[in-house]
Design a protein around this ligand. Structure first.
Ligand SMILES: NC(=O)c1ccc[n+]([C@@H]2O[C@H](COP(=O)([O-])OP(=O)(O)OC[C@H]3O[C@@H](n4cnc5c(N)ncnc54)[C@H](OP(=O)(O)O)[C@@H]3O)[C@@H](O)[C@H]2O)c1
Length: 272
């Protein structure tokens, strides 16, 4: 099995490290360790307040050229001048030559999408990032975005795990040749203790978290699990040496419900 997906010709490693809530020296060390273990995709955001530490970890690994670094533009900074300024600040914090994948963190209905996407395209054309994408976009917003964007959008990063049914957005991403990047892919640790995932894991000599991640990557979905523990970095990466059967995939899909979100969307339209 490949360890990456391609979307509009842009290659995205299937397993990345999520870094929300990781900070300072610990964050830098974990990023460096993850890259040494084999991770080639690191996910940060302006909002996480850890871009300096992420950049430090990437540089310390000595493998910058092999690693895809994603950052996300804060939803309060989506007007073109704010976006451009913030991307330059992100690069200065990361202290790397360019961003690999620049994402709109969350839509902001107060700023016309075409304006934001115009600024994102400019960032790509001027070499600040190699590719652009979106996050937390509904199917309707994806349709609008793909129509107005002048540069290819390579991903939609959304909450995705065995307990949340994301069939519609998965289908929309496929239709537009975009990768779906799953955040909270082990349901913030909630996969552990689930009877079905535990039983299937035992049958393969794997943990419930590994089954949750394998279930996603086996569908071509990119996962960005976060951990603050070195041993779990290894565990979350060791998902390419087993296959779930069709029956197991169906059983896991049966755990999902339409509205079982962890991340609260109710605050999103209330930007100042
Ligand atoms: N675009 C967005 O709006 C958005 C929203 C949310 C998240 N994200 C991104 O997605 C990443 C991942 O999502 P997330 O942090 O919400 O949730 P997650 O990766 O599903 O879960 C992280 C939690 O699970 C625990 N964990 C990690 N590996 C484990 C394992 N093998 N066994 C048991 N527990 C384990 C971690 O604890 P320990 O530290 O103790 O291991 C942590 O508490 C974030 O870090 C961020 O980069 C993006």
């Amino acid at each position: 099995m490949n360890t990456f997906v391609e979307a509009k010709g842009f290659r995205i490693p299937l397993v990345g490290l999520g870094t929300w809530a990781l900070r300072g020296r610990d964050c830098a060390r974990l990023v460096e360790q993850a890259i040494r273990i084999g991770y080639r995709h690191i996910d940060t955001a302006q909002m996480y307040d850890n871009e300096e530490a992420v950049g430090e970890g990437v540089r310390a690994s000595g493998m910058r050229g092999d690693v895809m670094v994603t950052t996300k533009v804060q939803p309060t900074l989506l007007s073109p001048p704010d976006l451009e300024r913030s991307v330059k600040q992100s690069l200065a914090k990361l202290r790397i030559d360019h961003i690999d994948l620049l994402i709109i963190h969350w839509p902001n209905p107060r700023v016309p999408l075409a304006e934001t996407l115009g600024a994102m395209a400019k960032m790509k054309q001027e070499g600040f990032t190699r590719a652009i994408g979106v996050s937390n976009f509904t199917v309707a917003l994806l349709e609008e975005a793909t129509k107005v964007s002048t540069e290819p959008l390579v991903c939609n990063q959304v909450e995705c795990h065995p307990f949340l049914n994301q069939d519609k957005v998965i289908a929309a991403c496929k239709e537009h040749d975009m990768a779906l990047v799953a955040y909270s892919p082990i349901a913030r640790g909630g996969a552990m203790g689930n009877a079905v995932l535990e039983r299937i894991g035992t049958a393969h000599g794997k943990t419930a978290a590994q089954v949750s991640l394998r279930y996603l990557v086996q569908q071509g979905i990119v996962v960005i699990p976060r951990t603050s523990k070195r041993e779990r970095l290894e565990e979350n990466f060791a998902i390419f040496d087993f296959d779930l059967t069709d029956a197991e995939m169906r059983e896991i899909h049966g755990l999902s419900a339409a509205n079982d979100r962890i991340v609260d969307w109710s605050w999103s339209p209330n930007w100042d």
